[in-house]
Design a protein around this ligand. Sequence first.
Ligand code: PMP
Length: 432
Amino acid sequence: MNIHRSEHLYKEALDVIVGGVNSPSRSFRAVGGGAPIFMKKARGAYFWDEDGNRYIDYLAAFGPIILGHAHPAVTSAIMETAVNGVLYGTPTEKEVRFAQLLRRLIPSMEQIRFTNSGTEAVMTAIRLARAYTGRDKIIKFAGCYHGHSDLVLVAAGSGPSTLGIPDSAGIPASIAQEVITVPYNHPDALKEAIDAWGDQVAAVLVEPLVGNFGIVPPAPGFLEQVNEWAHQAGALVIYDEVITAFRFHYGGVQTLFNVEPDITALGKIIGGGLPIGAYGGKREIMEKVAPTGPMYQAGTMAGNPLSISAGMACIQTLSLPGTYERLDQMGKELCDAISMLAEKYGIPVTINRVGGAFTVYFTDQPVVDYQGAQAADGELFAQFFRLLLEEGVYLAPSKYEAWFLTTAHTDEDIQFTIRAVERAFKKMKPHH
Ligand code: PMP
C-alpha cells in the first residue's frame, strides 16, 4: 500500500504540530509508530486517504459518526444553518428544542446546559457536584477516561495509558489528592473507598458502560450499588455518557438499564460530528449554575447553531425504526465471525460487544476491568492493526479501543471485513 503522501504530510506536521497530531489518540505510537494515515475525504462507511486508498471506517471518529460520514440529513442541516450565520452569542430557539428533545429521551436531565466538548461537560459536572455538596473529593474508576481536565486525568485509561503515560504531567499533587480511584466492576473496592472517605466525597463519577478501555458492560447490580452507596454517603452520582448515549439505544445507557444518576454528561453523538458537550440533571442541582446560582460555567461557542443543528439532525435520524436492531445485527455477525476465525487460527481473543460496538482484546481471559484490558497483547494487536490497514479496514490505533459500526455499513462491508480478518489472522504470529 502506498502511503507516501501521508508520510510526507506527517513529516511536515511533526515540524509544526506537536507530535504531528491534534489529539494523541490519533498517533500510531501504540501500534509501532510511523506516519498515521492522513484522510482526505469520507462518505458513508468509508474514508479515503491522501494517496487515494479506501478504508472501511470502524473508528467513527472515536464515536460521534454513528450515521456514517456526510449523512445527507446532517449535511443539509449544517448547510442550511451556515447560510444564516454560525454564531450569535444570543439564545436561539434551536437550543431550546434540542434541550427539550434530549430531556424527553434522557428524563433525569431535567435541566441542561450545552458545552463545546465532553471534557467541558464532565469537568463542569464535577464542579457542580462540588458546589452542590460542599465537598471536594471524587471517586472514579481506574482506566475510565473522562476528558483531559485536571481531576479526571488521574488514572485515566484510553488516551494517556495507550501511550504508556500513566498520568499527565502538570497536574498539581493537591488536585490528584482529591481523586480516589477504584477498579470498575468491583463493588467491594468501592464500598471500602466510601467507608473510608464517604463524608468528603462530592461525587462518584462513572461510565455506566465503559467505552474507554474497550467496551466493558457493568456487572449486574453494579450501577445500583454505585447509586445506593454514593447516596448513603451524601455524594452525588455522575454518569459520563459522552461515549454511550445514543450508541446502544435511543437514549442513554441509563434509560436502557433503568438506573438514574444525579448529573449526566453527554458529548460525541449528540453533535452529529460537530463539537459539542452537555451536562444536566435534577433541577434542584442545576439551579446552582450561573446565572441562577453560584457555580460559574460559560462558553463563547456553547450551543452554537451549527453544532445544535447537526446534533438535532443526527438524533432525529437515529429515531428511524430498526436503527439499533440493525447495528446490533451487524455487530453480532462480525463478532461471531471473528470469534470463529480466531479459534480456527489459534489466536487468543476475547470479544466484548454491546450492540454495534465491540472490542477485540487479544487475550484469552475475560475483560471486566482495566487490569483485564491492559493484559491484552499489544504486540499482537499491532500486527492485526497493520494487516487490516493494508486490507483497507481502519481501526482505532489502540489495543483496547472499540470498533464502532455505523448505519452506513452494509452487509457487503461486513463480509469484506470478515475476509480481511481471516487473511490477517492467517499471517499473525501469536508468541505463546
Ligand atoms: N468522557 C468520555 C467517556 C469520553 O469517551 C471522552 C472522549 N473520548 C470524553 C469524556 C471527552 O470528550 P471530548 O473529547 O469531547 O472532550
